[in-house]
Design a protein around this ligand. Structure first.
Ligand SMILES: NC(=O)c1ccc[n+]([C@@H]2O[C@H](COP(=O)([O-])OP(=O)(O)OC[C@H]3O[C@@H](n4cnc5c(N)ncnc54)[C@H](O)[C@@H]3O)[C@@H](O)[C@H]2O)c1
Length: 254
């Protein structure tokens, strides 16, 4: 496994699913972690890492608030003395509706977290990484739906295409400064986001249809996405920037 010893990484969405698995993988790789999430359950993730001998702190953070994001980045700096990387995993789904029926409040809510939140995170993370002057790596969790579309998911699809735009724009702006910015594009992954959506009953037949839509014939596991994130954060990916890395079991291929 790639090593991240001595690296300080901020991780959003760390309380659940892909973010939680990424916290555990980054700890195993030797990084010090500032875990940020709206859900206070992120505290238990930090406690678990600390009791296993790792370095992790949690701050309750709403990524749709620029002040909250700035505070989380500051806490990473004051707690661990610098910032070398970020994994931006926080995100929310959307109720299934055709585009003409999208409620503008739902649009604002999804874009507020998935797109504006990503902008706040990347902006403040870049400032902190640049201030240290040693370069770094930022990984944004977009989605295979950042490059394609599934029916009735307008706000989510738009937000994830926007995450790819943020990633590419920031990558070209800071490549010469030694900061790499990449996106991971997961297929459907077995996390609470997916199981909670299925539990609402609004997605009848979704699970079987989604398994069939992935050439590998199954959903992804959170740790499979975490592995892609850790690789992009590591020096093993030193010539990779502005990339969209599909970890989607072939979902986007056919
Ligand atoms: N699960 C999938 O199938 C899938 C597929 C492609 C992309 N993704 C993306 O992966 C990321 C993680 O999703 P997941 O499946 O692990 O979901 P999840 O619901 O298990 O975890 C998402 C985390 O983000 C946090 N969060 C939500 N809103 C927040 C906010 N405003 N501020 C801070 N934290 C907030 C939640 O509290 C939660 O801990 C998301 O960006 C999601 O869009 C997921």
């Amino acid at each position: 496994m790639e090593r991240l010893d001595g690296k300080v990484i901020i991780l959003t969405g760390a309380a659940s699913g892909i973010g939680k698995a990424t916290a555990q993988s980054l700890h195993a790789a030797g990084a010090a972690l500032l875990l940020a999430d709206l859900d206070p359950a992120g505290e238990a993730v930090a406690d678990q890492i600390s009791s296993a001998g790792g370095r992790a702190r949690f701050l309750r953070t709403d990524v749709s608030s620029e002040d909250d994001v700035a505070r989380a980045v500051d806490l990473a700096l004051t707690s661990f003395g610098g910032l070398h990387g970020a994994a931006n995993c926080a995100g929310i789904g959307t109720a299934p509706v055709p585009f003409a029926e999208i409620d503008s409040g739902d649009w604002d809510r999804v874009l507020g977290v998935n797109l504006n939140g990503m902008y706040y995170c990347v902006k403040h993370e870049l400032r902190a990484i640049l201030a240290a002057g040693a370069g770094g790596s930022i990984v944004n969790v977009a989605s295979a739906l950042g490059a394609t579309a599934s029916p009735n998911m307008g706000p989510y699809v738009a937000s994830k295409h926007g995450v790819v735009g943020i990633t590419r724009a920031a990558a070209v702006d800071y490549a010469r400064a030694g900061v790499r910015v990449n996106a991971v594009m997961p297929g459907i992954v077995d996390t609470p986001m997916v199981s909670n959506a299925i539990a609402t009953g609004a997605y009848e037949g979704f699970l079987e249809a989604m398994k069939a839509a992935h050439p590998v014939g199954r959903l992804g596991r959170p740790e499979e996405i975490a592995a892609a994130i850790v690789w992009l954060l590591s020096d093993a990916a030193s010539f990779v920037t502005g990339a969209t890395l599909f970890a989607d079991g072939g979902f986007s291929v056919p």
